[in-house]
Design a protein around this ligand. Structure first.
Ligand SMILES: Nc1nc2c(ncn2[C@@H]2O[C@H](COP(=O)(O)OP(=O)(O)OP(=O)(O)O)[C@@H](O)[C@H]2O)c(=O)[nH]1
Ligand SMILES: [Zn+2]
Length: 191
């Protein structure tokens, strides 16, 4: 696995004083956002957050990503931990394809149907960089912030202990009800 890493830099933010470290795998650049002293915590809070430009940055109401990111920033800011900002936009189909998937959703498809119609699997994410990051930061035990059973399974398969799962449920709205429903019914998310 050819992964390049950056040095660690300070990042004061409105959510807390963090440090950041970047990882580059092929053409994807990921970011780890760390609370100041997470190394001293036996089992830090961790969120593996999948990039969602429309949600994270623009506050799209079609998904729950921005709310989840803010929840995670608050958790690690207050209690200590880290966020792996996993830059696999649109469950790793990329931004352009995600916008095409959204256009299909405008015509009535759900989030899974739209991906399949575009020739992708329902979820194309690959978490191998997460394994690298856990080893790089010497993380062996975590409290994982997620509703996604696949992420739990993956982390456990790496031999990293999950001492607690923190639910990442945030307020739904009229635009993301169907999306959340599909996550629950199709992907088995704990919602
Ligand atoms: N292809 C596609 N990707 C989407 C769509 N809506 C959100 N995403 C992407 O889905 C990813 C977020 O995944 P989710 O399934 O919402 O949640 P999760 O990360 O699996 O699980 P949690 O840890 O519980 O949040 C981000 O990369 C979003 O860009 C969509 O309609 N189509
Ligand atoms: Zn989103």
């Amino acid at each position: 696995m050819d992964i390049k890493t950056s040095n660690i830099a300070n990042l004061p933010s409105k959510h807390g004083k963090f440090r950041i470290k970047a990882y580059k795998q092929d053409n994807q650049e990921h970011l780890v956002i760390m609370s100041r002293d997470f190394e001293k915590i036996e089992s830090p809070y961790v969120r593996i957050h999948s990039e969602c430009l429309t949600g994270d940055t623009l506050g799209s109401l079609k998904c729950d990503c921005q709310n989840q990111l803010e929840l995670a920033l608050k958790f690690i800011g207050e209690k200590g931990g880290l966020i792996i900002y996993h830059r696999q936009e649109g469950r790793n189909i990329g931004l352009l394809n995600k916008v095409n998937a959204y256009a299909l959703q405008d015509k009535g498809r759900d989030t899974v149907q739209a991906n399949l119609e575009l020739g992708f699997k329902e979820d194309e994410r690959d978490y191998s960089v997460v394994d690298f990051i856990f080893k790089d930061l010497n993380i062996k035990s975590i409290k994982l912030i997620t509703n996604n059973p696949k992420k739990i399974e993956y982390v456990e398969s790496l031999g990293v202990k999950i001492t607690q799962r923190i639910s990442a449920i945030t307020k739904s709205n009229v635009y993301n009800e169907n999306y959340l429903n599909t996550k629950k019914e199709y992907f088995g998310h704990f919602l």
